[in-house]
Write a protein that binds this ligand. Sequence first.
Ligand SMILES: *Cc1c(COP(=O)(O)O)cnc(C)c1O
Length: 398
Amino acid sequence: MSNLPAAAGGSPVRSTKLYYSHQSINDADIQAVVDVLKSDYLTCGPHITECEDKLCRMTGARHAVLCSNDTAALHIACMAAGIGPGDEVITTPITFAASANCALYVGAKPVFADIDPETYNIDPKSVEAHITPHTKAVVAVDFGGQSVDQDAFLALKKRYGFVYIEDAAHSIGTTYKGAPVGTFADMTTFSFHAVKTITGGEGGAVLTDSDELYEKLLLFRTHGITRDPKLMVHKPDGPWYYEMLTLAPNYRITDMQAALISSQLDRLDVFGRRKKEIVRRYDEAFGRMKGILVQKETEGSDSVRHLYILRLDPAHLRIDRKAFFEAMGAENIICNVHYIPIYYFPYYEQLGYPKGLCPNAEALYDTMLTIPLFYAMTDQDVEDVITAVQKITDYYGY
Ligand SMILES: *Cc1c(COP(=O)(O)O)cnc(C)c1O
């Protein structure tokens, strides 16, 4: 019987595996990389600035600093913000580890605020409840691609004076009340990892409107070294001269990656439109499925989603998340889970973070899974996902 879940003895919805994400590389992308390989510069070449300029034009930010990945971007953002030992940095536990690790890199303490149970974004009310005299920064994550409640964060920033860092790894292309992500926080970071909407294989960027932060970000990207005579302590003794002013890592990106990111950025609108189409179809189908809860859109956000999250409603399903995840796998739809609350990791456990810190985040983790969402999905792929979820909820629902 074809409408029996494969996990219960039926035949799978599809014969080939569909993964939760896949990059879309076209001939122009390939040519852009090949052109760099045939050029004079493999790193620190013209494509870095070309790509930075493009990010500024697309978002309206004054400055962009391209670097090796978003983890590096978050690290140099924390360095530029002057965060250090004794400082606290508030973030969400429902994110990739890098959003909190960046505080640890600079010797500060990550503090976890809970999420909103409907949008799954970091809840500004919980952030406010965690503010202390030691709070130096907030790293807000646009979870799944939805902008955080920018008005609320800007109001908190005004009241408490912290540095507002936005980890926009998921949300390139998203707008909030008409303005692109990248124009709200003191510093906004992007990821160009292979699973993200725009990719360079690896890659990251920090956007800022502040000249002062920009100058620091440039230094921290490359060994604390400058070639700008205005910043130098000593008089240059020749044209070769440069100075190391502070200790910093090497987080440069190659020109091949910059060219690939730049070429991909030309299709951001195309990627975004298609993703929105898929999300509309998913919302319509899952919005009325018993046992399934869909992520509520943050007010004001017009989102280009990176993730599509299904939340299971245990009151209407006889199976738990693990069994559901495996049942989807049996249909050849390979899901994922985003994310394990950061403070569940042994490293954080050892630092003394107990379970129970963020009840909404923990309840979400127990019931969530990520289904496929990427530009190159065909309409049939989308319908396969819906059919699989329908079969499973029909069979195991009550
Ligand atoms: C992917 C991701 C990162 C890390 O990005 P890299 O470019 O892989 O370093 C950080 N934060 C979030 C929310 C992410 O999804």
